[in-house]
Ligand binder design. Structure first.
Ligand SMILES: Cc1cc2nc3c(=O)[nH]c(=O)nc-3n(C[C@H](O)[C@H](O)[C@H](O)COP(=O)(O)O)c2cc1C
Length: 415
């Protein structure tokens, strides 16, 4: 381990040795074409991320179906995307062969937008009721996930990140709220059936023996019956089930786990602590510690929610500035065994070159995330996502949104 900069130490995930302990968290950017293929804009984003030399790059949430999606311009992992995604992975490898490339696979379930797709659910959640899925339909969705994982392997990706966080279908199935008595709900065994069968099938059916399986997991959704709560009707934290889930995934071949929290549609600040109340970032540290304690030594734990710390010039209180930065906490948490790697989400939009700049001793050149959360606003508005602080194209996009809002407010005054 590099004693002064543990985040720049190498680490092994599966059979691949990574050059540093920084991971790029999955970041949906709403810039796919109408067939779910990566556009030039997406190619540019991933080219930069590859050149930025993070140890791991998780490609944003790819939907395994077309008919239930959260984003209009979302990447999809369907047969029609094989060429586009092969090209994307190839372009990333050409830019830099070192990073581990994972695809995050998802289905939106109750978070599908009824505006352009169908909202479906495993049990109607208050405010997110959709058509109730049948057992046969969930069996079919499992087939689609397995198909997407095989395609990831065929397209040259190193592995897949099965999404079990942020309130998407993976979370909807495993959370205690899913107490509907059916093949995929009620008992713990039924609620974890989908995730475990996915892992077992992929382990059996993907031919590449080095193919990596892992998941991003919401430790606590902050909702009654959400992941990490003590039962279907209480929000009180009890990590027992979530930690058993982690162990069950490890037993079925998980090589890494990404810790996360919250459900951005309902408890946004928990997933992405905001600069007004940044303190949830510390709660993520505790979740990491609990995950790490429960996990096998060889499984890599990647912690989330580090962006707000930036260079120490942040809104955390009661701290010395030199002991409040992303690099400080990354190094400290890794050296103290709280986590093995740190993931950056919003910061990766602000500066995809961060890992390389740190490796080259150019920390003073890093463009820091200001926590403005305009990227979140772009996402909510289904607009292409980027950093409006550091990239002119997105500054102009934000101005246009504001101009349209102004026009709307003006026209409402006159009606
Ligand atoms: C614009 C945007 C898109 C995101 N897309 C995804 C996604 O595709 N999959 C996912 O698991 N999390 C997604 N997240 C959450 C981030 O990966 C990350 O967990 C969160 O932002 C906290 O990390 P940070 O503090 O480094 O930003 C997204 C967040 C933002 C702001």
């Amino acid at each position: 381990m590099n004693q002064t900069m543990p985040i720049l130490s190498s680490i092994r995930i599966g059979s691949k040795v990574l050059s540093n302990r920084i991971a790029i968290n999955a970041m949906e950017c709403c810039d796919a074409d109408t067939n779910g293929n990566p556009t030039e804009t997406a190619f540019r984003r991933y080219d930069r991320l590859a050149r930025g030399n993070a140890g791991v790059i998780v490609v944003e949430a790819l939907s395994v179906v077309d008919e239930n999606r959260g984003r209009l311009h979302q990447l999809t992992a369907l047969a029609q995307n094989q060429k586009g995604l092969t090209d994307l992975v190839g372009a990333m490898r050409k830019a830099n062969p070192k990073p581990l490339i994972l695809w995050q696979l998802t289905h939106s379930g109750e978070l599908s937008s009824p505006e352009f797709s169908e909202r479906v659910c495993v049990k109607p959640f208050p405010g997110y009721e959709g058509r109730l899925l049948t057992e046969e339909e969930v069996d079919e969705i499992l087939e689609r996930f397995v198909f997407a994982a095989k395609m990831a392997s065929d397209c040259g990706a190193d592995g897949v990140d099965f999404k079990l966080c942020h309130g998407y279908l993976g979370s909807q199935l495993v959370r205690p709220f899913n107490d509907r008595k059916w093949k995929y709900g009620g008992s713990r065994g039924n609620r974890t059936r989908f995730a475990f069968e996915f892992y077992e099938r992929v382990s059996r059916e993907v031919k590449n023996r080095d193919f990596i399986l892992g998941s991003k997991i919401s430790a606590w959704e902050g909702l009654p019956g959400g992941m990490g709560s003590a039962g279907p009707d209480t929000p009180i934290i009890d990590l027992t089930e979530v930690l058993d889930l982690v162990k069950g995934l490890e037993a079925r071949g998980a090589k890494y786990i990404i810790q996360s929290a919250g459900n951005p549609s309902l408890t946004l600040a928990l997933t992405q602590p905001d600069k007004k109340i940044p303190d949830y970032s510390y709660l993520h540290f505790w979740f990491q510690k609990e995950f790490r304690k429960a996990m096998k030594k060889e499984t890599v734990l990647i912690g989330s929610a580090y962006s707000l710390f930036r260079d120490g010039k942040n809104s955390f209180r009661g701290v010395k500035r030199e002991e409040a930065s992303l690099v400080y906490w990354g190094n400290k948490n890794i050296s103290e065994g709280v986590c093995d790697m740190v993931a950056i989400g919003r910061q990766s939009l602000a500066d995809p070159m961060l890992p390389l700049k740190l490796e080259q001793g150019k920390a003073n050149e890093i463009k820091w995330c200001t926590g403005c959360d305009n990227c979140v606003e772009f996402l909510i508005r289904q607009k292409p996502v980027g950093c409006s602080t550091h990239e002119r194209e997105y500054t102009l996009e934000l101005k246009e949104i504001r101009r349209q809002q102004g026009n709307l407010a003006e026209s409402e005054k006159h009606t």
